[in-house]
Write a protein that binds this ligand. Structure first.
Ligand code: ADP
Ligand code: MG
Length: 452
């Protein structure tokens, strides 16, 4: 077996057990560069991948290699020699010592040159299973802007750290190399800038400015939906930067495929690099975030209070932050330790009801019971209105309550296309807003779901 075949076999077995995103992140641009004295040398694109390989995949890789050739004694991972120069002085672990100083960071000014807010750094960015892929991809981009993942596309719900992460990338790249031209632009700003340039006939100048950039970061790119002129201009800017190996970083509240009214060619550009999502933080990470935020402000909050918050705010880092800030202000003005009772009172606006949890089965059951239809009929592709409607509602609630992806929902309903699912969800969402009767109906179903 050649080295290539050997690695191919290993990769394809690994691929069976990990998510496509993980696989793309860690196994792209890897290969066996040599096998000598029964030691296999795997070359990886950057030092962050090296760390990850060693820590997360080594055991599996070793087992598979051993099963293919039992003489193999060890594996070593080396950063692809071509890139070694760039890696000098790269990631050296996170600095924690200045976290107290960061207290006043929110008052620091946004840089005029880059438009970046210095408060968003990697040092104060907590990672966990919910964001580790996005984080890893971000680190790879910092190490080699324009080379590892281009574009880097980060998506996830509001308040989960997209802006923080993509600004941290910009800040770090600038710190590593102050000569780099980094620009952060929220998509709304990009739109208005382009529209104004078109009006003022200064498009050429704007183009020149944009194409001069080394690292372009556009936040909340979903706002380009339906903005044809902006999309057109952005497409050209994108291509021009991309061709020059300049790094492009994008964020969105949804997967590129789910951004409505965006041209196919832009969509395919967005998906042409690395797409990483940020999910909902798990309990451990929520606790870590709360602890860090309290520490940053130099305040000690009792563990049971932190636990109370972590148990009750689950879906949004911004809300976690808001909760802890309220308690800290309370503590500072009253000078006494915050108790659980204080916390409950102070946070009652944020924490509306006790932790709501549900699952797929409960949602479908509640709907079928409500409409009095057999469970199985939910999934038939029947055009009968009596089933069509509950089905649309189910799609809507699976999205809203479980944050399932559109394509996942489509699969549950007999392989429906994700655009059909998006359409159903949008339809119900609109009715929920505009029609009081429907709204009540949904409320009742929700009550059922959560009382199960
Ligand atoms: P998004 O852009 O996804 O809506 P933001 O980046 O604005 O979210 O994050 C909301 C708030 O939560 C910010 O103040 C940010 O600093 C904080 N935050 C989000 N994720 C993290 C994290 N992983 N570690 C520390 N703070 C975080
Ligand atoms: Mg944001």
């Amino acid at each position: 077996m050649t080295n290539e075949e050997l690695w191919q076999t290993v990769s394809s077995q690994i691929q069976l057990n990990i998510s496509p995103a993980n696989f793309a992140t860690w196994f792209a641009n890897t290969k066996i560069s040599s096998v000598e004295d029964n030691v296999v040398t795997v070359s990886v694109p950057n030092s962050f991948s090296k760390e990850w390989m060693e820590q997360k995949y080594h055991k599996d890789i070793f087992k598979i290699l051993k099963s293919l050739d039992e003489n193999i004694k060890d594996i070593q991972y080396v950063v692809n020699p071509v890139n070694i120069k760039i890696n000098v002085g790269g990631k050296k672990g996170l600095k924690k010592e200045n976290s107290i100083e960061q207290m006043g960071f929110s008052e620091l000014e946004v840089s005029k040159e880059t438009n970046l807010n210095p408060k968003y750094t990697f040092d104060n960015f907590i990672t966990g299973p919910f964001n580790e892929i996005a984080y890893a991809a971000a680190m790879a981009v910092v190490e080699e802007p324009g080379k590892s993942y281009n574009p880097l596309f980060i998506y996830g719900d509001v308040g989960l750290g997209k802006t923080h992460l993509i600004q941290a990338i910009g800040n770090k790249i600038k710190e590593n190399d102050p000569d780099k031209k980094v620009k952060y632009i929220p998509a709304e700003k990009l739109i208005s800038t382009i529209v104004n340039a078109i009006r003022g006939q200064s498009v050429e100048e704007l183009k020149k400015n944009l194409r001069n950039i080394d690292v372009l970061i556009v936040d909340d790119i979903q706002f380009l939906a339906g903005k044809d002129k902006t999309q057109e201009e952005f497409f050209h800017t994108f291509n021009s930067l991309y061709q020059k190996n300049k790094q492009i970083i994008l964020s969105s509240d949804r997967h590129p495929n789910n951004i409505p009214a965006i041209t196919e060619r832009l969509k395919s550009r967005f998906g042409g690099g690395m797409i990483a999502d940020i999910n909902i933080p798990d309990y451990e990470t929520r606790m870590a975030i709360l602890k860090q935020k309290a520490e940053e402000k130099g305040v000690v909050v009792p563990a049971d209070v932190l636990e109370y918050i972590a148990n009750n705010i689950q879906k949004n880092v911004r809300e976690l932050e808001g909760a802890i800030s309220r308690l800290i202000i309370y503590k500072k003005t009253n000078g006494k330790t915050v108790t659980i009772e204080d916390a409950k009172k102070l946070l009652k606006n944020i924490i509306v009801s006790p932790a709501k949890v549900t699952n797929y089965k409960k949602i479908i059951e509640a709907i079928t019971e409500f409409y009095d239809i057999p469970f199985g009929n939910m999934f038939f592709s029947s055009r009968k209105k009596e089933f069509a409607r509950p089905r649309q509602l189910a799609m809507f609630l699976l999205k809203k309550e479980l944050k399932m992806s559109y394509s996942e929902i489509g699969r549950k309903f007999g392989g429906k296309d994700h655009t059909t699912v998006i359409h159903s969800c949008q339809l119900i969402e609109k009715e929920d807003e505009e029609n009081e009767k429907i709204h009540q109906e949904i409320e009742l179903i929700l009550q059922r779901i959560y009382s199960k």
